[in-house]
Ligand binder design. Structure first.
Ligand SMILES: [Zn+2]
Length: 324
C-alpha cells in the first residue's frame, strides 16, 4: 500500500523516482533531476529505501517542499505543460535556487521584470497588471533571494499601497504566508512618505501649466477648479504613493467638456512627471540599482558588452546559488 496519493498529472509510467510532498507522489525521471542539479545528485546518490512490492526498483523520496511548489517546479524540468503564472514562476525561482538549477532561475526572472520593470516604457506597457497587490511582497523576497535588485523599486513602490495589510504578508498557494524582512518593511514606511511628496509635487506641476491658458474654451479655468477642489479636500485619494495612477484622467472625467488639445497637454505633462519620478524611484524607495532606467534586455545585451565583461557581475548578489 502506498502511503501517498499519485499526482494525476506528473506520474510517468516509466518514471524512475517518486518524490513525495504533502502526501502527494510525483513519479518522474531521476536522470533529468540529477543532470540539472548538484543538490539532487548528492541527495539521490545515497542508497534509497526499497520501493513498494511488485514495482521495479523506484526509490521513494520524501521532499520538504509543498506539493504545489514541487508540481510547478517539476513541470518546468519534465516534458510537461509549463503554465506561466505568478505561482509557477515564483515556485521555479525558489526551488530552482534551493536545488541549484541556475538556468531555471535565470529563465524565470524575466517574467517578473515585465511586471516590476526597470524601464519606463515597460511600465507603461504592462499596466495595470492582473495580480493581487501582495504579490509585490513575494517579488521583493525573490529579488533578495536571487540578487535581482532591479525588481525592488517597483515592487517596493507597490508595497507602499498595501497600508496596514502589509503586515499580513502574502499568502502562497499552499496556504502558508511569507512576509517582508524587517528592513524592507521599514523601507516601505519611509518610501511611502517620499512617494506621496513626489506625487503631490507632480500634480501641482500638471495642474499649473500655462498651456491651458491658450485654450479658446478656457479649459484652464476647469483645471484650476479641479485644483481648488483638491486643495479643499474634495478629491479623495490623490495623496497616494501610486505615482502611475493618472490624475489627468480624473480631471477629464470630472470635466468631460475639456477639449482634445488640453487633454493632450495634460497627458503629455503627466507622462513627463511620471517619467521623472520613475527615474528617481530607487532613491525614493531606498535602494540602489545598476542600470536603472534600462530594460533588462538592454542591460543584458550591452550596449557596451566589452565594458560589461571587464566588470563582470556574475556571482555577485546575496544568496547566489553558488560561486561561478
Ligand atoms: Zn482646451
Amino acid at each position: 500500500m502506498e502511503d501517498f496519493k499519485r499526482d494525476s498529472e506528473l506520474w510517468y509510467g516509466d518514471g524512475t523516482i517518486i518524490l513525495v510532498a504533502s502526501g502527494l507522489g510525483f513519479k518522474v525521471y531521476k536522470d533529468i533531476l540529477v543532470k540539472q542539479s548538484l543538490v539532487f545528485e548528492d541527495m539521490l546518490s545515497f542508497p534509497q529505501p526499497p520501493s513498494v512490492e511488485g514495482q521495479q526498483a523506484c526509490p521513494i523520496v520524501p521532499m520538504p517542499d509543498s506539493a504545489e511548489d514541487l508540481r510547478h517546479f517539476l513541470r518546468f524540468l519534465m516534458p510537461a505543460k509549463k503554465p506561466r503564472t505568478f505561482n509557477s514562476m515564483s515556485a521555479c525561482i525558489r526551488l530552482g535556487h534551493k536545488y541549484q538549477i541556475d538556468s531555471l532561475v535565470e529563465d524565470s526572472l524575466p517574467w517578473f521584470s515585465k511586471l516590476y520593470p526597470s524601464d519606463f516604457a515597460t511600465l507603461d506597457k504592462h499596466r495595470p497588471k492582473p495580480l493581487p497587490p501582495t504579490c509585490a511582497i513575494a517579488t521583493i523576497n525573490i529579488a533578495r533571494l536571487t540578487g535581482a535588485d532591479y525588481l525592488l523599486p517597483m515592487a517596493l513602490a507597490e508595497c507602499c499601497q498595501l497600508g496596514a495589510e502589509i503586515v499580513n504578508g502574502h499568502q502562497r498557494e499552499d496556504g502558508t504566508r511569507e512576509y517582508l524582512a524587517l528592513d524592507d518593511l521599514g523601507r516601505c514606511f519611509q518610501a511611502q512618505r517620499k512617494l506621496i511628496e513626489a506625487r503631490v509635487f507632480a500634480i501641482e506641476r500638471i495642474v499649473n501649466q500655462d498651456l491651458y491658458g491658450e485654450c479658446k474654451n478656457e479649459d484652464g479655468d476647469l483645471v484650476e477648479e479641479f485644483h481648488e477642489q483638491m486643495r479643499e479636500g474634495a478629491i479623495p485619494g490623490f495623496c497616494s504613493p501610486n505615482f502611475w495612477e493618472s490624475i489627468g484622467e480624473r480631471i477629464t472625467s470630472r470635466f468631460p467638456e475639456i477639449c482634445r488639445q488640453c487633454r493632450k497637454e495634460l497627458a503629455t505633462e503627466e507622462r513627463d512627471q511620471q517619467r521623472q519620478i520613475f527615474a528617481r524611484l530607487p532613491q525614493l524607495v531606498g535602494v540602489t540599482v545598476d542600470g536603472w532606467g534600462k530594460s533588462r534586455a538592454q542591460v543584458i545585451k550591452g550596449p557596451n558588452e566589452r565594458a560589461n565583461q571587464s566588470t563582470t557581475k556574475r556571482g555577485r548578489g546575496r544568496g547566489r546559488p553558488h560561486a561561478m
